[in-house]
Write a protein that binds this ligand. Sequence first.
Ligand code: IPE
Ligand code: IPE
Ligand code: MG
Length: 243
Amino acid sequence: MAGIINNNEAGNIPRHIAIILDGNGRWAKKRGLPRNAGHLAGSETFRNIATYCKNIGVEYLTVYAFSTENWKRSEEEVGGIMRLLDKYLREAIRDMRKKEIRMSVFGDTSRLSPELQKLIAETNEISGSIEGFQANICINYGGRAEIVRAAEQYARDLAEGRAEGKLTEERFSDYMYSAGVPDPDLLIRPGGEQRLSNFLLWQCAYSEFYFTDVLWPDFDEAELDRAIAAFNMRDRRFGGVKK
Ligand code: IPE
Ligand code: IPE
Ligand code: MG
């Protein structure tokens, strides 16, 4: 379904949108399908929404696809998600130049299969030659793990003389997976839960949150328009007082 926002309204488009892709399992259950059918449908929704974001002028889209806690799920489900990621990355490698979509993976990729790691390295390399819209996919990502990793890397740089002694918020941000990416303006969580589940803890300090009961596989362009419309009603004060 086509969204209602057109490019003339691009002034109101958030620069960076983050989405927690939730509700795939319940979507499948409602239809009497295995959970992995929900993940498959969710991956199709991601393709649509990424394209839509690019078309309406969003600069960065960051999605939570697999958390550091999601390893607790059955081997069958985790295996299914990993196979979907493999399929998605292969497609991206084939199409990202033509679609002009840069891609980055946030998370500890060392726990992923060597094949997936190779595909991720390849998408990173291709991304270097693309300008414009960037999709960040969080895989084996956890906000706390990211902050601990950043602290460890900073400590190492400091000990080895590569970092200055005075740590600022800005410099610390450069140790995050999101180095160089502005903080999300709008964070969307479909699926009905109203929590962060360890997503972008550092980066969401001043993001606007939007929750909806729509399950991720049912999320479409019109839903994104609704989220953006709600975002545009917010008064972002960043701790100041409105004049
Ligand atoms: C989100 O959907 C996808 C992942 C966490 C991998 P869920 O699988 O969490 O779906 P629900 O929450 O069980 O419906
Ligand atoms: C958050 O969803 C993680 C992802 C969408 C990747 P979960 O379904 O894992 O979160 P909880 O368990 O409801 O907090
Ligand atoms: Mg869930």
